[in-house]
Design a protein around this ligand. Sequence first.
Ligand SMILES: [Zn+2]
Ligand SMILES: [Zn+2]
Length: 275
Amino acid sequence: MIVDYHMHLRRGQVGKSEEVDHTPAAVGPYLETAAERGVDEIGFTEHIYYFRQTREIWINEYERQRCVHDLDLYVDTIVDAKRQGLPVKLGLEVDYVGERQERLTELLAGYPWDFLLGSVHYVGNDAIDQEPGIWAEHSVEEAWWTYVDALTELAAGGAVDVLAHPDLPKIFGRRPDPSVLAELHNQIADAAARAGVALEVSTAGLRKPVGELYPDAPLLRTCVERGVQITLASDAHLPVDVGRDLERAVVLAREAGCETVTVFDGRRARQEPLG
Ligand SMILES: [Zn+2]
Ligand SMILES: [Zn+2]
């Protein structure tokens, strides 16, 4: 089985600006690309800060500007597609928000999620994956520890089912010394194992300055050794990117010892043979 469990529901073409479109008409092109690339099931995971129902949570301009869309429309669109028997799952990309996490979880209660991705894009007001962000006033090692501590807290809180792009701080190619990096990997793996959350193997990093899959092979091996299960993800922001490069993610996963992939239904995980 091949799943793609990370994508954002948009309309648009390569080279043109993407537009948020959470209407049923937007779903078809994602399924077409999935079918072409041999992806059996896709999971939509819009950014949680795109929805006005979560507006009270956001403190920075980037998120507040985007927080204008209707969560009910998004959920209804995916639920309707599921009712028609289409191979889609209802997810969301949930941000780490520190002490506001509990309130954010309350706002998401009552929706029929299949799975929730957990992402650390910001710690406080410092962006991890934008420049200058956290990189302006922190050493590489400090930035990584800040990120990994946040990811650990997010995993432990029980609010999410999967850790998305788990080694995101490498996005611009900055990594601490190998011995420190190994410690950071251990902490991520321990956090995932203890919380029983899956680790996302994402091809999005191939399209970023670092030009690598998230996670890298050493981190994935460290996680697999502790019994952590995986999902597969493109992080597509346009239909054309659904399933992109997943064959490379499958190779990485197999080399790390994975034989199964996680499938979610109503936030319950089960394993299916990988590939
Ligand atoms: Zn993300
Ligand atoms: Zn994403």
